[in-house]
Design a protein around this ligand. Sequence first.
Ligand code: PMP
Length: 387
Amino acid sequence: MFPHPVFADAKTTIFEVMSGLARQTGAINLGQGFPEAPGPLELRQAAAHAAVEGWNQYAPSRGLPELRAAVAEHYNRLHLTDWTAEAVLVTSGATEGLASALLAWIKAGDEVIVFEPAYDAYRPLIERAGGVVKPVRLQPPHWRIERADIEAAITPATRMVLFNNPMNPAARVFDAQEIAAVAGVCVDHDLIALSDEVWEHVIFDGRPHLTLSQAEGMKDRTIKVGSAGKMFGLTGWKIGFVCAPLSLLDPVARAHQFVTFASAPLLQSAVAQGLAWGAERFDEMRHDLARSRDRLKAGLEGEGYVCLEAEGAYFLNIDLAASGIEQGDVEFCHSIVNEYGVAAIPVSAFFSDGLPGPIVRLCFAKPDAVVDEAVQRLGRARKALMS
Ligand code: PMP
């Protein structure tokens, strides 16, 4: 009776599937990437104050002027960039920023290079914009970017590189050589870079965040996307930022007018306050997360699991085959959520064509007691699944 709905064949995201199973079974949810803590009290109070005393009608479509200025100031101070407030667009989460950027810049048949394992929103968004995904598969356990692999995916129809650094779910923070490889390809083939940097503050062990627009030749061809949700551990707020030179940003802002138009002003003004914090507050958050990562890693290694490096984001990956478990990652994730009370994410879900080895992603942004209980349960699972 009705025409075929275009998203009918899109899968329910693996995050929703696993969080749903966690809710049904009462399992510890190390699947979806959100912290258990409620987020900084002063920002929640600032949002509450703004809700009661402030403006609760539509915000300007490009964002509250105070937030656009705060985003530029924050990046210029911490990443030594030179953004102006006019170069900032506020969106409803990074996801909406990515969607608006793709709607603005991708037309039918344009090819978009995507590094896999890739965040799962990329493919459906590119395809609905009319584009074609050209995957470049990174190999575990090191997930390194090689320029030759990107070059091999380029055709005359290539228009954009969608780059994610730090990379979810690989937990990689790309180094200067890898950033130069991405930049070199974009410059040589005259491509736009859509740079998803939502994890830019969640980086460990003193690694720097190298923002793509600072690489040689990239300033005028990079659309950078950030997320207050990730910066402040307030993932439910869904406030994102898009930064780009005006010639690139204007079409994105025009798409955004018709996607969400604007985001909640009470959240925007609270985020503006947080962005003014000194670097030490962000160091503190990183430090706490690194401690949780180390606790989960030490616990799992004590139970015989082999973990991959976790350089950034909220995630630690385990290698099932190296840990002596013969199951595939999807099968293992179903066993542990249904039988051992831990939800996790199979990394094969982030590849278009299967994974080179069974790897499972665990979120460590949880209190110590939750991490410890999950370790015990996963220890029991490993013993049972090995025998
Ligand atoms: N990009 C990546 C790589 C992510 O990991 C996430 C969230 N997990 C997003 C985008 C979405 O960010 P937001 O919640 O601000 O839409």
